[in-house]
Design a protein around this ligand. Structure first.
Ligand SMILES: Cc1cc2nc3c(=O)[nH]c(=O)nc-3n(C[C@H](O)[C@H](O)[C@H](O)COP(=O)(O)O)c2cc1C
Ligand code: SF4
Length: 395
């Protein structure tokens, strides 16, 4: 079992600087893609899209210039692992972006940095400046003639929705940060209409590990469909909150044991947008084939009021909705009113069923992941904590 509350015991701390890029520079782009594919690495930002497939599609798409974007917008409630990676292992992130550029044929990289992480910018700029001096960015990267690549940092403005990759691109282009219709996808029509890969901070760091230590090494951990190790941000009612490294496929119960969260009545996996897993299901696994996650784990102890938890999440989604589509803009406030009625014991079963149906409509009809996942916590709590909720129903 790999675990770490201290960042120096993370796998990232064991990677020799430059070893991933050295390995990448020694092989043709197709070989880099093949290695990433063989590792089974899936995006660590939440959706779990196979990294190699995204890169292959961008590599195949004709059109210059191409772009590599690092999504460092980390705005999901309960998520703070990217902040640690950027603070402690920025070289790995920039090295992973450089390998991505080599694989798809890009010359320009952009880190979209969460506004609240402005304090990290001077450190990141220092690392970039050092890498330029070392010949690891700029003209002829690593001595490879014809491979020119550099990275800029662009600050976000504090909008959660701008973590959604197409809203992020809109924001980068100077427009309002609103999700685009998909298709087309960024791999062919991304930043300024050019082929673009957008990946999570952690994904880039793992690419370096895969190139440095090999696809086989990466695949040895995890499950068949969710290979490797993953970083988790653990918070809430547990004795040892922090950033942890666990193999994919860990059960919720084992994770709780590691963080001192035994006795929890529920765990929110995947942040406000994720799933609320009740104690009866703690034998389930955290993996794309069961409970997918970008890494946020919030532990709820026995004393927590689950309707207060849902209120908190819904208020977040109402604040952060871009307002572009009706199910999300209008649906979340109606759910919040319903939760207030439930808390007062004034919600009839008929109305509760209507709210459930509204939640399901939002999941189906909202335009982007924000609205599609906004009702998740409400629906899970209604399903798994009926006794707690209906205990208050007086109508
Ligand atoms: C509302 C919303 C917010 C998101 N925020 C982030 C984020 O902060 N960081 C991130 O990597 N992905 C975020 N995503 C997912 C991105 O759209 C995208 O899938 C991800 O950056 C792809 O990287 P990966 O394949 O390496 O995981 C968000 C998605 C949605 C719908
Ligand atoms: S689901 Fe919400 S955040 Fe996404 S486009 Fe619609 S209104 Fe905007």
């Amino acid at each position: 079992m790999t675990q770490a509350t201290l960042t120096n015991s993370l796998t990232f701390a064991t990677i020799e600087a430059g070893s991933g890029l050295k390995s990448a520079l020694a092989r043709p782009p197709a070989d880099i893609l093949q290695r990433v594919a063989a590792s089974g690495l899936r995006g660590r930002g939440g959706a779990g899209f196979p990294t190699s497939l995204k890169w292959e599609l961008a590599a195949k798409t004709a059109g210059e210039p191409k772009f590599v974007i690092c999504n460092a917008d980390e705005g999901e409630p309960g998520t703070f692992k990217d902040r640690v990676i950027l603070a402690e292992f920025a070289d790995l992130v920039f090295e992973g972006m450089t390998i991505g550029a080599l694989a798809i044929g890009a010359r320009h990289g952009i880190v979209y940095l969460r506004a609240e992480y402005t304090y990290l910018r001077p450190h990141l700029e220092d690392v970039l400046a050092r890498r330029r001096q070392q010949g690891l960015l700029g003209r002829a990267v690593g001595g490879r003639e014809g491979f020119d690549f550099d990275i800029d940092i662009h600050m976000g403005s504090g909008a959660y929705v701008c973590g959604e990759e197409t809203a992020l691109i809109e924001s980068l282009e100077g427009q309002r940060g609103e999700p685009r219709n998909r298709p087309p996808f960024p791999i062919d029509t991304g930043y300024l209409g050019h082929p673009t890969i957008v990946n999570n901070v952690e994904t880039f760091a793992w690419v370096v590990c895969v190139l440095a230590k090999g696809s086989k090494w990466f695949k040895e951990t995890g499950t068949e469909k969710s290979t490797g190790i993953k970083l988790f941000s653990v918070s809430g009612d547990c004795k040892r909150p922090g950033v942890y490294e666990f193999p994919m496929g860990i059960t919720v119960a084992e994770l709780l044991r590691q963080v001192g969260g035994e006795g929890a009545k529920a765990v929110q996996v995947g942040g406000a947008a994720g799933q609320c897993v009740p104690a009866a299901q703690f034998d389930r696994t955290i993996a794309y084939e069961d409970i997918p996650t970008g890494g946020s784990v919030i532990v709820f102890g026995p004393q927590r009021d689950m309707l207060e938890v849902v209120t908190n999440f819904l208020e977040f989604f109402i604040d952060e909705s871009c307002g572009q589509c009706t199910p999300c803009r209008e649906g979340a406030p109606v759910l919040l009113q319903g939760v207030a009625q439930l808390r007062r014991g004034q919600c009839s079963m008929t109305h509760l069923n209507e709210l459930r149906s509204l939640g399901e409509t939002m999941q189906l009809a909202s335009k982007c992941g924000l609205g599609q996942s906004a009702p998740n916590a409400f629906l899970s709590v209604v399903e798994h904590f009926q006794e707690e909720i209906l205990g208050r129903t007086t109508v």
